[in-house]
Ligand binder design. Structure first.
Ligand code: NAG
Ligand code: NAG
Ligand code: NAG
Ligand code: NAG
Ligand code: NAG
Ligand code: NAG
Ligand code: NAG
Ligand code: NAG
Ligand code: NAG
Ligand code: NAG
Ligand code: NAG
Ligand code: NAG
Length: 494
C-alpha cells in the first residue's frame, strides 16, 4: 500500500516539479547513447554493398529515422534493430550493449563474424535475438542466460561449437530456440527441461548425441527437431508422452529400438512424425491410427519389418506415408486406397507382394506413387490414369508387373516421371504417352515391350524423344523392332 501510494506521488511530482521532469527526460529520452552505440556499430562494419548504413546512418538525421532502426513510441529509444538481408560484413562491437531499450535484434543473412561481446548481456529488455546465417563462431556464451526476457533465440546457420551452456535454464520466458546448422555437440543440457514456456526447439544439423529425459517436462512443446545429428540409443520414452507435440523430427541419426505400439496414446496432437534414416526395427505400431491428426509419416531407411496394419486406413488426415527402404512385407492394404488426403505414398524398397490394390490407381489427391523394388505382381488396371489427375511421379520399377501399359495412363496429364523398368510388361508401348508434355523421365528398360511397325505406332519413340521436357528415355533390354534406328534401341538422352 505504502509503496504504491509513493509511486503515484512520485509520478505526480514529476509532472509538477521541474527537477523531476529533467530527471525523467534524462532517463527516458536521451537517444544520444543509442546514437553513439549505433555509430560504433557502423564503424565496425567493413562492407556494406548496398551502402545502406554508410549513407543513411548520418548524425544530421535523427537516429529513429535511420534505416533498420525503429524507436519505441513510449521512450523514443531504439527498440528494434533489423539489418537482416543487408549483406553486411563486420563484427559486433561491445557498444551495442548500450542499446538498453532494445527489444529485438535482427541481423540474419549477413556476414557478421567473430565472437559475441559479453556487453550484450546487459540488453535486459531483449525479447528476440536473430543472428541466423552469419559467420559467428566460438562457444555459445553463457551470459545469454542473463537475457531473462528472451522469447526467441535464433543462432542457426553459424559456426558455433561446443555444447549448449547450462545457463540457458535462466531463460524462463524462452519460447523458440533455433540452433540449426552449427557444430554444437554433446548432450542437450538437462536444464532445458526447466524452460517450461518452450514451444519450439530446432537443433538440426549439429552433433548432439542425446536427448535428455528432462525434455519431458516441457508441457507446452509443440515442435522438436533434432535431425541430422549423432543421437544414439533409443528415443527417451518421455518424448512419446508430450501431449502438446505436433512435430517430432529425428531424421538422420543413429537411433535404434522399436516404436511403442501405443505411440499415439499420449501424442494426440502429432501431425508430423519424421524418423527416417535411423536404425529403428520391429513392427510398425499397430495403433498408429490413434494419431488422428497425423499428416506426415516419414520413416524411410530403417529396419521396420512385418506388414502395414490395415488400420492405416483410419489415418484420414494423412498426406504423406513414406515407409521406403525397410523390410516390410505382405500385401499393400487396400484401405490405403481410401485415404482421402494422401499425396505421397512411398513404399519402395521393401518386400511387398501380391497385386497392387486397384484403389491406389484411383486417388484423386495422389501426386507420388512410389512402389519400386518390391515383389508386386499383376497387371496395371485397364483404366489406370483416369483417376489420377494429380499424379506427377509414378515409380513401379523393379517388380513383377505383367500385362500391357494401359493407353489410359496418358490421362494422368501431370506425369513427370514414369518408371516401369525391370518388370514383366509386354505388348506395344502406347503412342498416347506422347501427349504427356510434362514428362521428364520415362524408364521402360528390362521388359518385353515392343513398338508396332504399323503407323502411327512406329512414331512412338520419335515423338517421345521429342517431348520438350524429357531428359531421359530408357528402352534398353526390350526386344524392340530390328528396323529401328540403333540410337533408339538403347536410348539414354543426356
Ligand atoms: C545525454 O547523454 C549524454 C551522454 O550520456 C550526455 O552527454 C548528454 O548531456 C545527455 N543529454 C541530455 C539532453 O540529457
Ligand atoms: C534512410 O532510410 C530511411 C528508411 O529507408 C529513409 O526514410 C530515409 O530517407 C533515409 N535517409 C537518408 C538520409 O538516406
Ligand atoms: C527486417 O528487414 C528485412 C529487410 O529490410 C525485411 O525483409 C524484414 O521483413 C524485416 N523484418 C521485420 C520483422 O520487420
Ligand atoms: C557504451 O559502451 C562502451 C563499451 O561497452 C562504454 O565504454 C561506453 O562508456 C558506453 N557509452 C555510453 C554513452 O554509455
Ligand atoms: C539466407 O542465407 C542462407 C544461407 O546462406 C541462404 O541459403 C538463403 O538463400 C539466404 N536467404 C536470402 C533471402 O538471402
Ligand atoms: C541467472 O539468473 C539469476 C537470477 O535471475 C542471476 O542471478 C544469474 O546471474 C543468472 N545467471 C546467468 C548465467 O546469467
Ligand atoms: C529445474 O528443474 C528441476 C526439476 O526438473 C528442479 O529440481 C530444479 O530445481 C530446477 N532448477 C531451477 C534452477 O529451476
Ligand atoms: C542401440 O544403440 C546403442 C548405442 O549405440 C547400443 O549400445 C545398443 O546395443 C543398440 N541396441 C540395439 C538393439 O541394437
Ligand atoms: C507419461 O505421463 C503419464 C501421466 O501424464 C505418467 O503417468 C507416465 O509415467 C508418463 N510416462 C513416461 C514414460 O514418462
Ligand atoms: C477404421 O475405419 C473403419 C471404416 O473405414 C471403421 O469401420 C473402423 O471401426 C475404424 N477402426 C478404428 C479402430 O477406428
Ligand atoms: C476408378 O473408379 C471409377 C469409378 O469410381 C471406376 O470406373 C474406374 O474403373 C476406377 N479405376 C481404376 C483404375 O480402378
Ligand atoms: C514377350 O512378349 C511376347 C508377346 O508380346 C511373348 O510372345 C513372349 O513370350 C514374351 N517373352 C518373354 C521372354 O516373356
Amino acid at each position: 500500500m505504502e509503496r504504491i501510494a509513493w509511486f503515484f506521488l512520485l509520478q505526480y511530482c514529476c509532472c509538477m516539479a521541474a527537477t523531476c521532469v529533467t530527471m525523467a527526460a534524462h532517463v527516458q529520452t536521451n537517444i544520444s547513447i543509442d546514437q553513439s552505440a549505433l555509430l560504433a556499430f557502423k564503424a565496425s562494419i567493413t562492407d556494406d554493398p548496398h551502402k545502406l548504413i554508410f549513407t543513411n546512418w548520418s548524425t544530421i538525421v535523427p537516429v529513429c529515422n535511420w534505416v533498420g532502426v525503429t524507436c519505441a513510441a513510449r521512450h523514443h529509444r531504439v527498440a528494434v534493430l533489423n539489418l537482416s538481408y543487408f549483406g553486411l560484413t563486420g563484427t559486433i562491437p561491445p557498444e551495442l550493449g548500450n542499446l538498453s531499450f532494445l527489444v529485438e535484434l535482427r541481423l540474419r543473412n549477413n556476414s557478421f563474424h567473430g565472437t559475441l561481446p559479453q556487453e550484450l548481456a546487459s540488453l535486459h529488455r531483449l525479447r528476440l535475438i536473430s543472428l541466423g546465417y552469419n559467420k559467428f563462431m566460438g562457444t555459445i556464451p553463457s551470459w545469454f542466460g542473463s537475457l531473462s526476457k528472451l522469447q526467441t533465440f535464433n543462432l542457426y546457420g553459424n559456426q558455433f561449437s561446443g555444447s549448449i551452456p547450462a545457463t540457458i535454464l535462466n531463460l524462463s520466458a524462452l519460447q523458440v530456440i533455433d540452433l540449426t546448422y552449427n557444430q554444437l555437440s554433446g548432450n542437450i543440457p538437462r536444464e532445458i527441461g526447466n524452460i517450461t514456456m518452450l514451444k519450439e526447439i530446432y537443433l538440426d544439423s549439429n552433433k548432439f548425441t542425446e536427448i535428455p529425459n528432462e525434455i519431458g517436462s516441457l508441457d507446452q512443446l509443440e515442435i522438436l527437431f533434432v535431425q541430422l545429428n549423432a543421437l544414439k540409443g533409443s528415443i527417451p520414452m518421455v518424448v512419446f508422452n508430450m501431449s502438446s507435440l505436433t512435430m517430432l523430427a529425428l531424421y538422420g541419426n543413429n537411433l535404434n529400438g522399436s516404436l511403442p505400439d501405443n505411440i499415439c496414446q499420449h501424442l494426440p496432437s502429432i501431425q508430423d512424425l519424421t524418423l527416417g534414416y535411423n536404425q529403428f526395427d520391429g513392427p510398425l505400431p499397430s495403433k498408429l491410427w490413434e494419431c488422428k491428426e497425423l499428416l506426415q509419416l516419414e520413416v524411410p531407411r530403417n529396419s521396420f519389418s512385418g506388414e502395414i496394419p490395415n488400420t492405416f486406413g483410419n489415418l484420414t488426415q494423412i498426406q504423406t506415408i513414406d515407409l521406403g527402404l525397410n523390410y516390410l512385407t505382405g500385401p499393400i492394404p487396400h484401405q490405403i486406397g481410401h485415404l482421402p488426403n494422401l499425396e505421397i505414398l512411398n513404399l519402395g524398397g521393401n518386400n511387398f507382394n501380391e497385386v497392387i490394390p486397384s484403389l491406389i490407381f484411383n486417388m484423386s489427391t495422389i501426386a507420388v506413387i512410389s512402389l519400386f523394388d518390391n515383389q508386386l505382381s499383376g497387371n496395371l488396371p485397364p483404366n489406370t490414369g483416369l483417376g489420377l489427375p494429380n499424379l506427377q511421379r509414378f515409380y513401379l520399377g523393379g517388380n513383377k508387373l505383367s500385362g500391357a501399359i494401359p493407353k489410359s495412363l496418358s490421362n494422368a496429364s501431370n506425369l513427370e516421371v514414369i518408371d516401369l523398368g525391370s518388370n514383366l510388361l509386354f505388348g506395344v508401348i502406347p503412342s498416347t504417352l506422347c501427349t504427356l508434355t510434362k514428362l521428364q523421365l520415362l524408364q521402360l528398360f528390362d521388359n518385353n515391350l515392343t513398338v508396332s511397325t504399323s503407323t502411327p505406332e512406329l512414331d512412338v519413340l520419335f515423338c517421345l524423344a521429342n517431348l520438350r521436357n524429357l531428359r531421359r528415355l530408357d528402352f534398353s533390354v526390350n526386344p524392340l523392332d530390328a528396323n529401328l534406328p540403333i540410337s533408339f534401341t538403347n536410348t539414354s538422352l543426356q
